[in-house]
Design a protein around this ligand. Structure first.
Ligand code: ZN
Length: 576
C-alpha cells in the first residue's frame, strides 16, 4: 500500500510496527478533498457509466501555470547488469503496465481518448493527462476545465445517483468488494459486476503479457509471482500472488501490478484502482542496508535514554530495499507520485508474511532536485547550501525506515503497546521517532567510520531542508505536525538559527547534535511511558507554525517552486 497503517497487525509483525506515512505531497492521494462529477450518462456498450465530454472544453485558467506545479523528470536506471532476457522482459512489463493505465482512466474518468485529443491547448492537455481527467488532484479535485462540475466522490465505481446511507445499510459483501463495480441493472436495482468481467478484454491482454514475462524470468520466485499475478487479474483472487511476491528475495526486476489502493474511491474507500510500477532493484543499497541492520542491537543499547526504555530487541530482518522506478501507470501515476511502497494490503498475507517496503530512489532524487533544492536555495544560508546532497537525503530516508526498529513497542509501565496508549498521536510520534533516530543512527555510524560518504554537516543541513519540504503544506497531517514539533524543538535548542534580515536558516552542528540526543530521549520516554497527556500537551503547545516559518513558506510558494513531479517514461528513455 502507499504507506498507510494497518493497526491490527502491529503486535504481530516482528520489526516495523509502523509503516511510514510519507509526507506532504506523497499523501496527497489520501488527503484529497472530496468532490463530485458532473452529470453522467452511460454509453450503451458499457455497464460502467463514464463522464460525458462537454461540448467544447475551453481553457479556464492560466494552464502553463497549472502545469508548472509539476516538474518533469525522466525515469531511467542502470540496466547494464541485466541479461538480454531480462531487458526484453522490461518491454513486456511496461506494455502490461500501460493496460493498467488504460483501466485507471476508465475507473477514474472514462476513456482517455477522445477526451485528451479534444483539448487544443497543449498545456491544458498535458495537465489533464497528468490528472487523468479534468480535476486537479493537487487542489482538492477542483475542475480546471469549463464544462465540468465537481468530481463524483465514487469516481466510476458506483452509479452517480447512489444514496450513500442506503448503500451502507443494504449493500451486499460483493457490492463492497475491492474488485467490483456497482451498477444499475435493467430494473434500476444495484448490482455488483466483478472487474474481471467489466475489463475482461484488457485483462486477458495484461495476463498474457505477464505470462510472457514469466517465460523470460530467470528468477524462479519472480516467475512464479508473474504467473500467479496473471491468473489473479483474471479472477480477482490476489492472495496467492501476494504471498508469492512476499517470497521473492533475489529478483533484480520487480513489478507491482493490479487493482491495489482504494484512495480513488473517496465515497467509501472500498474499491481498488488499477496501477503498476516497473522497478529495478538497487543492489548496492541492498547490501548497505544488510550491513547497517547488523548494528541495530549495538545502536539500541547506546540510545540516549535510560536503560528501561531500551530493553526490547530491535528487529533486524526487515524486508526493506531500494529500487529505481522505470514506469508508473494508472493510480500511481495520477497527480502526486509516491516515493515508497509498502505492500501487500491484504491483512491475512501481512499476518503470515509481513510486508515489503520498497524505497524508490530515483523518484526521491526527482523530488530532491526539483523541489527540495529550489526550496533550500530560498531558505538556507548560501554558505551551507553545498551541504545539501542527495546522498544525505536518501540516507536520511533509509535510516528513518531502519530506525522504526529501535526503541520500544510496548510501554514500560503496563499500559500495553505504545500504539494503544498514545492513540491518535501514536503514528505521528512513531514517525517523529523514526526521523530523529534515523539521524541518530547516521551520527553513530558516521563516527564509527561505517558511513563513508559525505560529512556529518551534509546530513544535518539536508535534514533541516527536508523539514521545510515536509511542512510546506502545513500541519494538516499527523506527519506534518510531527515535523513542526521537531522544527520548533530544534529552533528552541539553537540547532538552527534564523536571520530575519536575509530570511535564511543556518545549522549549528554542535547544538544540532545535542538536540538530536535530547529529542530522542524525549520521544523515547513519552513512548515508553505511554504518556498520552504529555504527548497531547506537546502537540498543543508546539505543533504550530510560527510567524517566521509561515513567512518563509509563503516566500517559497510565491516563487512557483513545483509541488510534484511528472515523468518522462517508457522504453525510449531507457538505455538498453
Ligand atoms: Zn516511517
Amino acid at each position: 500500500m502507499k504507506i498507510k497503517y494497518k493497526t491490527l497487525l502491529l503486535m504481530l509483525i516482528s520489526i516495523v510496527l509502523f509503516s511510514c506515512q510519507q509526507q506532504d505531497a506523497e499523501t496527497a492521494k489520501s488527503n484529497e478533498i472530496n468532490n463530485k462529477h458532473a452529470d453522467q450518462s452511460a454509453p450503451a456498450d458499457k455497464e460502467v457509466a463514464y463522464q460525458e465530454d462537454p461540448v467544447k472544453p475551453e481553457p479556464k485558467k492560466d494552464h502553463a501555470k497549472l502545469l508548472g506545479k509539476y516538474a518533469k523528470f525522466r525515469l531511467t536506471s542502470d540496466l547494464t547488469h541485466l541479461s538480454d532476457a531480462q531487458k526484453k522482459m522490461l518491454y513486456v512489463l511496461i506494455d502490461a503496465a500501460k493496460i493498467m493505465d488504460e483501466l485507471f482512466w476508465l475507473q477514474s474518468y472514462g476513456p482517455k481518448e477522445p477526451f485528451l485529443a479534444s483539448i487544443e491547448n497543449q498545456s491544458l492537455r498535458k495537465f489533464s493527462d497528468i490528472n487523468y481527467g479534468p480535476w486537479d488532484r493537487l487542489d482538492g479535485d477542483k475542475p480546471f476545465m469549463e464544462g465540468y462540475g465537481e468530481k463524483f466522490l465514487g469516481a466510476n465505481f458506483y452509479p452517480k445517483d447512489l444514496d450513500k446511507a442506503a448503500f451502507e445499510k443494504e449493500a451486499t459483501e460483493t457490492m463492497k468488494s475491492l474488485y467490483t463495480h456497482v451498477v444499475r441493472d435493467e430494473n434500476d436495482a444495484l448490482k455488483a459486476v466483478p472487474y474481471h468481467e467489466v475489463y475482461a478484454e484488457q485483462l486477458q491482454k495484461a495476463a498474457a503479457l505477464l505470462n510472457e514475462a514469466a517465460a523470460l524470468a530467470e528468477d524462479e520466485g519472480f516467475k512464479k509471482y508473474l504467473e500467479l499475478r496473471a491468473k489473479a487479474l483474471l479472477d480477482d483472487e490476489f492472495k496467492a500472488s501476494d504471498l508469492a511476491w512476499m517470497d521473492m528475495k533475489t529478483n533484480k526486476i520487480d513489478v507491482v501490478i493490479g487493482p491495489i489502493e482504494t484512495y480513488e474511491d473517496q465515497l467509501f474507500g472500498y474499491k481498488a484502482a488499477y496501477e503498476a510500477y516497473v522497478l529495478i532493484k538497487d543492489l548496492v543499497w541492498s547490501e548497505k542496508l544488510a550491513k547497517f541492520a547488523a548494528f541495530l542491537p549495538q545502536l539500541q543499547a547506546e540510545l540516549p535514554v535510560a536503560d528501561e526504555y531500551k530493553t526490547e530487541t530491535p528487529g533486524t530482518d526487515s524486508d526493506l530495499n531500494a529500487y529505481d522506478a522505470i514506469y508508473y501507470a494508472g493510480h500511481s501515476n495520477a497527480g502526486s507520485k509516491t516515493i515508497a511502497i509498502n505492500l501487500p494490503n491484504d491483512e491475512s498475507v501481512q499476518l503470515e508474511k509481513g510486508t515489503r517496503r520498497l524505497q524508490l530512489k530515483n523518484v526521491m532524487q526527482a523530488k530532491f532536485e526539483k523541489i527540495l533544492m529550489p526550496i533550500a536555495d530560498e531558505l538556507v544560508v548560501p554558505e551551507q547550501r553545498k551541504h545539501i546532497t542527495f546522498n544525505a537525503f536518501f540516507a536520511n530516508t533509509m535510516f528513518h525506515e531502519v530506525a522504526h526498529g529501535l526503541g520500544v513497542k510496548n510501554t514500560i509501565n503496563d499500559k500495553g503497546t505504545v500504539r494503544t496508549a498514545l492513540k491518535e498521536y501514536a503514528s505521528a510520534i512513531e514517525e517523529g521517532k523514526a526521523d530523529i533516530l534515523g539521524l541518530y543512527m547516521v551520527e553513530k555510524l558516521h563516527k564509527m567510520g561505517e558511513l563513508e560518504e559525505g560529512e556529518m554537516m551534509d546530513y544535518y543541513t539536508t535534514f533541516m531542508a527536508g523539514i521545510f519540504r515536509s511542512v510546506r503544506f502545513g500541519s494538516s497531517s499527523a506527519h506534518g505536525v510531527a515535523n513542526l514539533l521537531r522544527f520548533n524543538y530544534f529552533s528552541e535548542q539553537g540547532a538552527f538559527n534564523f536571520n530575519p534580515e536575509t530570511g535564511h536558516y543556518a545549522v549549528n552542528a554542535e547544538k544540532m547534535s545535542a538536540a538530536v540526543a535530547s529529542l530522542s530521549e524525549k520521544i523515547l520516554t513519552l513512548q515508553g511511558n505511554g504518556d498520552y497527556e504529555g504527548v497531547a500537551l506537546w502537540f498543543k503547545e508546539k505543533g504550530q507554525i510560527n510567524q517566521e516559518l509561515a513567512d518563509a513558506l509563503a516566500r517559497i510558494n510565491s516563487k512557483g517552486i513545483p509541488v510534484d513531479v511528472d515523468f518522462e517514461q517508457g522504453v525510449k528513455y531507457l538505455a538498453f
